[in-house]
Design a protein around this ligand. Structure first.
Ligand code: KG4
Ligand code: ZN
Length: 365
């Protein structure tokens, strides 16, 4: 029987300060003992986006207390923790430094191993904690900073099948909201406005649709939204609703084509498995009901399971970082040295070439 392991996770790569304790029991089952997240949304919303310097300061101010709270809620002390897992990239370098340095300091003080975790790996492995998924599976990460389709072959073995060549999907929502005068973050505002809109009024572009490669592009869509809004200015509430509904329609059609091809490729590369193949979604855009509906229908049509972990584990959190640490420990991988450095850019798939402009904001993951 494997020994019981408890790990403290720390996440500070963007605008959420988070700490969590996760336990892997002797029978292999895992339990989230605590999950504390402090969003900096209020501090950034007046600027219409995340301000790196403000984010880093806010992490410094909040992290100690948050870690204490995570330990208290888990009813453990640092002495009961077997390892520390801290996000060390990709993300905003100031925030990464705060989290990783704190992780190192705790590891040093209590003489426990430190695991420096790739934030994207946290997203990629979450469905194994929530749904006990086995490898391989496909993961679509759609957040403010990333739009990636990743083949998850095993712990530490990832293949990037598609990525954005310009804006991330969440970024397209945020920019569209901004130019329509809707509040930040834009995704929920656009979704709300779209509810009463006519999705057929504007025929927005669907870049790369029909192409064999599995990449995404969303900056043309944003430009088309701007042109549509300018051409009918001043826009009424009905116009805004119609633009938002048409925007979401274009995104759904794009996802249907791109991800549809990804599912086909998966079926070609892997013979029928014992279990139905699975597509996992993660990132803030996974909250969007039209996006979810599109992916669910696609999966139903192609014989895939569609797995959307609970929203608090789809968006940024420290449970996924603790879990990725546990997964690495379970493979017997050695911990990191205490001189490990944070990396603002850190692709999950080292072999995949960086695409021009992709993830240029680099801030959110
Ligand atoms: O994963 P996340 O919480 O943070 C990072 O990017 O790290 O994702 C935030 C992104 C923002 O761009 C936000 O506008 C988008 O997710 N988002 C949504 C919705 N809720 C959040 N996009 C579309 N529809 C939503 N309901
Ligand atoms: Zn993230």
């Amino acid at each position: 029987m494997a020994p019981r392991l408890r790990i403290l996770g720390i996440e500070t790569s963007c605008d959420e300060t988070a700490a969590a304790v996760v336990e892997r029991g002797e029978n292999g089952g895992s339990t989230i003992l605590s999950d504390v997240v402090l969003s900096q949304l209020d501090e950034h919303s007046v600027y219409g986006g995340v301000v790196p310097e403000i984010a880093a300061r806010a992490h410094v101010e909040a992290l100690d207390t948050l870690i204490e709270e995570a330990l208290t809620r888990a009813n453990v002390s640092l002495a009961d923790i077997d390892a520390i897992a801290a996000t060390s990239g990709p993300g905003l370098i100031g925030g990464l430094l705060v989290g990783l340095m704190t992780g190192k300091a705790i590891a040093r003080a209590v003489n426990k191993p430190l695991y420096a975790i790739n934030h994207l790996e946290g997203h990629a492995l979450t469905a194994r904690l929530t749904d006990g998924l086995s490898f391989p599976y496909l993961m679509l990460l759609v957040s403010g900073g990333h739009t990636q389709l990743i083949l998850v072959r095993g712990v530490g073995v990832y293949e990037r099948w598609g990525t954005t060549i310009d804006d991330a999907l969440g970024e397209a929502f945020d920019k569209t909201a901004k130019l329509l005068g809707l509040p930040y973050p834009g995704g929920p505002a656009v979704e709300r406005a779209a509810r009463s809109g006519n999705p057929d009024r504007f025929d927005f572009p669907r870049p790369l649709v029909g192409e064999a490669r599995l990449d995404f592009s969303f900056s043309g869509l944003k430009t088309a939204v701007r042109q549509a809004a300018n051409s009918i200015a001043p826009v009424t509430e009905t116009d805004i609703a119609d633009i938002c509904a048409s925007f979401q329609r274009a995104i759904s059609r794009t996802l249907k084509d791109r991800i549809g091809r990804g599912l086909q490729r998966f079926k070609q590369e892997f013979p029928p498995l014992a279990e139905k193949p699975a597509l996992v979604v993660a990132g803030g855009v996974a909250a969007n009901l039209e996006v979810r509906g599109t992916l669910q229908a696609l999966c139903d049509g192609q014989g895939f399971r569609f797995i959307a972990p609970p929203l608090n584990l789809c968006t940024d959190n420290a449970v996924m970082i603790a879990w990725a640490g546990l997964e690495r420990m379970a493979t017997g991988a050695p911990p990191d040295d205490l001189d490990v450095q944070p990396r603002s850019r850190w692709p999950l798939d080292a072999a995949a070439a960086a695409l021009i402009g992709s993830g240029k904001r680099g801030a959110k993951a």
